[in-house]
Structure formats: structure tokens, C-alpha cells
Design a protein around this ligand. Structure first.
Ligand SMILES: Nc1ncnc2c1ncn2[C@@H]1O[C@H](COP(=O)(O)OP(=O)(O)OP(=O)(O)O)[C@@H](O)[C@H]1O
Ligand SMILES: [Mg+2]
Length: 259
């Protein structure tokens, strides 16, 4: 299996008064082409920082991040990013927000429209295509941000708690629909979440991180078949893996020196 994203001995420090705060401490992680990997861990353990590096928005202090074997030097259309805080242009309608990235990619108008309509339908915002963000609920805004990333049809999806603001029903629907497009379009997905059930349901591997300093604590394989179904979600096997991940997240040994 070829490696799509590779974090190689990555250290990230931020200046803090007269010292340096270690956000990520020697993180190494390989994500295979077409793999679906989820990341869970306590708040502040460096999940968003890790993803921002793959997105090319933050540079490592030490080590390197490779995509397709080449060091990441900045953002690119091969990587679609969905941020923890949805970032929509308030003056653009849903349709124009979704179309925005396609304009940057200089696609013909008819193709832009086809992809925009498709992405808006996928997230269930068809009736709101001409609405402005301020008239949408939080969950709808987030679905618009998701549609914008889908529309570009990137090889890699980097998603930072994309479903965090959604109600339980929308969340389950978007999980299934994300898995559907992932299998169809053969994408690689790096997906951050606080929700252990979501992490297990989506992934073939769950990366559990620990904080202070941010690091990879454990990587757990999810040996459940795709497509994932409600039956799988309710199975004893699912519950067992979920319990393992839960234990790994919530019963982490304290770091030697609490910073
Ligand atoms: N630009 C920055 N300057 C200084 N410190 C930063 C910066 N970005 C992140 N940090 C620090 O790095 C650590 C990791 O932050 P990060 O946002 O990656 O955490 P996270 O795991 O995504 O947390 P959460 O689950 O709350 O979203 C935090 O302690 C944060 O304060
Ligand atoms: Mg975060």
C-alpha cells in the first residue's frame, strides 16, 4: 500500500514568554492512500495543529510532513480542508460559498454548476442554495462548509471535528454519506473528532493522542467491514473496539511533569 500522508518525527513548538510550548512532540504517523483515519484525544493535544500541517497552513518546527512523498509547502487543491470553526464568506450565498473553490480551480461554468449542485444536494441544503449564511442554523452553516470541500473533489480530505456542531440525526446521515463518497471517490481522509463512537464508526484506524506534550498515545485498528451499517454500529464487536478506544482516551497515564 502506498503512503499518502506521512508525518515524520514532527515537532511543533510555539513561543511562550521565555520558553517554548511543545504542542507536538516527535509525532510519526503514516496514512495509506485511500485510508480513513480518525484522530481522538483530549483538548489541546495538538489535533488541529497536526491537521494544519498536512493542510500546509502550519510548518513543523522539526521533522517533516509529506504528501505523495513530497514535503508540504502550502495549501493545494489536492487537499480539501474543513475547519473546526466553519469559515464561510458571510456576503456570499450557500451556492456561491460552495462554488468559491471551483472558481479558483478555473473550471468551466457548466461543470462548476454541476459540482456545486451535487455537493449542496449531498449535504441536504438543496432548498437553501440561495440563502445567506446569517439565515442558516449552525449545523446548516457547517454543512455548507462541508459541501464546499466536497465540491473541489480533492484526493485528500482533512476534517477537523466537522460534525461537532450538528444534531445527532444530521450527524449520522453525514457520517454515512461521507463514508459513501469516500468509498466511491477513493479518497484519503484524516478526520478529527471528540466523539469516540464516531471515530470507530468511520475509521479503519483510530489514532489516540495524549496531551502535554501532544503525542501519539496509541493507534487502534478497527477490524470491522465496510460498508458500515446500523447493524455494525449496534454490534458487540463495535462496542468492544469503542470501549478500547474510550479507555485509551480517558485513562491515559499523566505526563511525568505536568507543564
Ligand atoms: N498559534 C498558536 N500559538 C500558540 N499556541 C498554540 C497555537 N496553536 C495552538 N497552540 C497550542 O497548541 C496546543 C495544541 O492546540 P490544538 O489546537 O492543536 O489542540 P487540539 O487538540 O485541536 O484541541 P481541541 O480538541 O480543543 O480542538 C494547545 O495547547 C494550544 O494552546
Ligand atoms: Mg482542535
Amino acid at each position: 500500500m502506498t503512503t499518502k500522508i506521512s508525518f515524520q518525527d514532527v515537532v511543533k513548538t510555539f513561543p511562550l514568554k521565555d520558553t517554548a510550548f511543545v504542542a507536538l512532540d516527535h509525532v510519526s504517523l503514516d496514512i495509506a492512500d485511500r485510508e480513513f483515519v480518525t484522530v481522538v484525544g483530549p483538548s489541546g493535544c495538538g489535533k488541529s495543529t497536526l491537521m494544519s500541517m498536512a493542510a500546509g497552513l502550519v510548518a513543523p518546527t522539526e521533522g517533516q510532513v509529506l504528501v505523495d512523498g513530497a514535503p508540504v509547502t502550502g495549501p493545494g487543491p489536492d487537499r480539501g480542508v474543513i475547519f473546526q470553526q466553519y469559515a464561510l464568506f458571510p456576503w456570499l450565498t450557500v451556492r456561491h460559498n460552495v462554488e468559491f473553490g471551483l472558481k479558483l480551480a478555473a473550471l468551466p461554468a457548466a461543470e462548476r454548476k454541476r459540482r456545486t449542485d451535487h455537493a449542496i444536494d449531498l449535504v441536504g441544503l438543496g432548498d437553501f442554495a440561495d440563502a445567506l449564511p446569517k439565515t442558516l442554523s449552525g449545523g446548516m452553516k457547517q454543512r455548507c462548509a462541508i459541501a464546499r470541500a466536497y465540491a473541489v473533489n480533492p484526493q485528500v480530505l482533512l476534517m477537523d471535528e466537522p460534525f461537532g456542531a450538528l444534531d445527532a440525526l444530521s450527524r449520522v446521515q453525514l457520517q454515512d454519506q461521507l463514508l459513501g463518497t469516500w468509498r466511491q471517490e477513493q479518497r484519503t481522509v484524516l478526520f478529527i473528532t471528540h466523539d469516540v463512537d464516531e471515530a470507530v464508526y468511520l475509521a479503519s484506524r483510530v489514532v489516540v493522542m495524549a496531551a502535554r506534550p501532544g503525542r501519539v498515545h496509541q493507534v487502534l485498528k478497527v477490524d470491522l467491514p465496510y460498508p458500515r451499517t446500523e447493524e455494525i454500529r449496534l454490534s458487540a464487536e463495535f462496542r468492544q473496539i469503542r470501549n478500547e478506544v474510550w479507555h485509551s482516551v480517558y485513562h491515559q497515564p499523566q505526563a511525568a511533569s505536568a507543564a
